[in-house]
Design a binder for this molecule. Structure first.
Ligand code: MF3
Ligand code: CO
Length: 261
């Protein structure tokens, strides 16, 4: 979408703030022993308390309907994991918590991968590099730049670190629908893809495998996993392309937006 006036901007900001607040509350619950069904249900309650709706619950792709309220992807799960009573978090795991909500009629979408207790230093590095790559991409989200400036910045950071960017899933514009134009791949050259325009709202979301970038589909028909079984990380923010440059709007209530330097 393109934000057209101050009123709309206020509503879009609030919507992204709600998604960020839910994510912030959920990651604080992550401890060894928690199962991912209970974490999803906690997300459901937070969304409800804030007067919002889950934008992934009952999300339909073809004939498949997504059954959970948030996407919870553990270890080698890349995206779209479904919370389950059988999936008990253990020390050393990582979990990607992806929250997309609707509020004021607008979608907010954000994700972070967090550690369950102490994790392997190499997996810690995977999380750090993925988050840094997201910020490298966000800094390129300026009106007039091609999307490829974001894509190439993300890819460079990830590959320099020896990891790989996933090709099968991409970032996206966001607005009244979850996935709008433009697509924002995490690979490509600076001159590739569409030009960004002032007022756009976009989700920048590198998904990074420690090993090879290929993914496979899980038996539930939703969960994407790394094909080689290596751990996978995912960070995402909703970004408004203001006249002054990129502005992260998926910021929890009472917190400051990360400074882009
Ligand atoms: N944030 C996820 C995405 O952009 C939400 C997907 S909803 C689901 O793909 F139903 F597909 F899980
Ligand atoms: Co998204």
């Amino acid at each position: 979408m393109i934000v057209r006036n101050e009123q709309q901007l206020r509503e879009v900001r609030q919507a992204a703030q709600v998604a960020a607040t839910v994510l912030d509350r959920m990651v604080q619950l992550v401890v060894p022993g928690l199962n991912t069904y209970d974490l999803d249900q906690a997300g459901r309650r937070f969304i409800d308390e804030l007067g919002a709706e889950s934008a992934c619950y009952k999300y339909q792709v073809g004939s498949r309907i997504y059954p959970a309220f948030t996407c919870l992807s553990v270890n080698d799960e890349v995206v779209h994991g479904i919370g389950s009573l059988d999936r008990v978090l253990r020390e050393g795991d990582i979990i990607s918590v992806d929250v997309c909500t609707r509020y004021n009629g607008y979608i907010g979408d954000n994700c972070a991968t967090v550690a369950v207790g102490e994790i392997d230093p190499e997996v810690r590095r995977l999380l750090e590099v993925t988050e840094e790559a997201m910020y490298d991409g966000i800094k390129m989200a300026k009106a007039g730049n091609r999307v490829g400036k974001i894509s190439s910045a993300v890819q460079r950071k990830v590959e320099k670190a020896g990891f790989s960017v996933i090709r099968d899933f991409v970032g996206h514009g966001v607005g009244r629908s979850l996935h709008e134009e433009p697509q924002i791949p995490n690979f490509g050259k600076p001159g590739d893809y569409k030009r960004l325009r002032q007022g756009m709202v976009v989700c920048i979301e590198p998904m990074v495998n420690q090993g090879d970038y290929h993914v496979k589909m899980g038996h539930d028909g939703w969960t994407a996993l790394s094909a080689d079984g290596s751990p996978s990380a995912h960070f995402e923010q909703t970004v408004y392309i203001s006249p002054e440059g990129p502005e992260i709007i998926s910021v929890p209530v009472g917190k400051e937006a990360p400074v882009l330097v």
